[in-house]
Design a protein around this ligand. Structure first.
Ligand code: SF4
Length: 313
């Protein structure tokens, strides 16, 4: 549900991230605005290289790139007089977990201060059990290499939950997993969000993953949001040619197994080679000379927004 009356937990306004390389300014995030309501479920969707992960990292105040200049604003609404807590789940649990520490000790580092060792151990097993791991006691005493990829991602989610987050940022959390485990991990995040009330910001290249899970989707291309709105509306009636291409690339469940998948021609250019005008123009079948010289401004109508010179929101 995209409820404009819901209190905003996070508001990102005209975020811009720039850095210098070989004497030139590179701007991988050009102008990104979106919000996450309390208890909301919001997705950032786009191919690799569109600036989604840099945007997500900047939320924690982490300098996403050495000596980056960050402009615009990122603001959190305090909860009960304190700053909201953030937790991250990243794409590859094998790289995110410390290979030489037992899972128990890694989760312990995320627990609130003041718990006795015994209470901490009990809490760790409880958190692992909540993620559906069949033997949480064994998982707690395991090293990451003793767990499967799906089990490692569940351990990462347990670690994120240990911080009692108000906002869980899940950056391509299932990309490294097989299809069945992907669904299980996403279902787990859904049920934990419903249970704990935490908001979720899901970052994914797969527009198909947001259906039925997220309330609002922001489609990013070349460092900016090109379309946004309630998931049900955007999926039923995508307006931006890039959103339409992403949606066409999602395999239909009832499609024949040998049916070819639609594809968006070309690839996302690197940020130091983004073309003038609409950055999507080289890949867009509708592009005109105007598209190649004029940057589309965002237009809004109700809860939807669009940045395209030829389409109306
Ligand atoms: S502005 Fe032009 S090139 Fe860009 S998406 Fe719209 S129609 Fe395509």
């Amino acid at each position: 549900m995209d409820d404009m009356s819901q209190a905003k937990l996070l508001e990102v306004s005209h975020l811009r991230i720039a850095f210098r390389r070989d004497g030139r300014q590179v701007v991988p995030v050009r102008d990104v605005s979106f919000s996450v309501p309390e208890h909301g479920r919001v997705a950032l969707v786009g191919e690799s290289g569109c600036g989604k992960s840099l945007t997500a990292l900047s939320l924690a105040g982490l300098p996403p790139i050495d000596r980056a200049e960050v402009g615009g604003s990122i603001s959190f609404t305090p909860i009960e007089g304190r700053s909201p807590r953030l937790a991250y789940v990243f794409q590859n649990p094998t790289e995110s977990l410390n290979p030489v520490m037992r899972v128990r000790d890694q989760i312990r580092e995320a627990l609130p201060d003041g718990l006795s060792r015994r209470a901490g151990d009990d809490r760790i097993v409880e958190l692992l059990a909540r993620t559906g791991l069949p033997d949480p006691v064994r998982a707690a005493s395991s090293f990451p290499c003793e767990l499967s990829g799906g089990q490692q991602q569940r351990a990462m989610i347990a670690m994120a939950l240990a911080a009692q987050p108000d906002l869980l940022v899940a950056d391509e959390p299932t990309t490294a997993l097989d299809v069945t485990t992907q669904r299980e991990v996403l279902d787990l995040m859904d049920s934990l969000a419903a249970e704990t009330g935490m908001a979720v910001l899901l970052i994914t290249h797969n527009l198909g993953l947001v259906a039925g899970r997220m309330d609002t989707v922001n489609v990013m291309y070349a460092g900016t949001v090109v379309e946004s709105g309630p998931v049900v509306e955007v999926l039923a009636d995508p307006r931006h040619p890039y959103t339409q291409g992403l949606l066409a690339a999602v395999p239909a469940l009832d499609a024949p197994r040998d049916a070819p998948l639609a594809d968006i021609p070309g690839t996302v250019p690197p940020p130091d080679a983004w073309p003038p005008g609409c950055a999507f123009a080289p890949r867009c079948s509708l592009a005109t000379d105007r598209c190649r010289s004029e940057i589309p401004a965002e237009t809004r109508c109700g809860a939807r927004s669009l940045a395209c010179l030829l389409r109306q929101v």
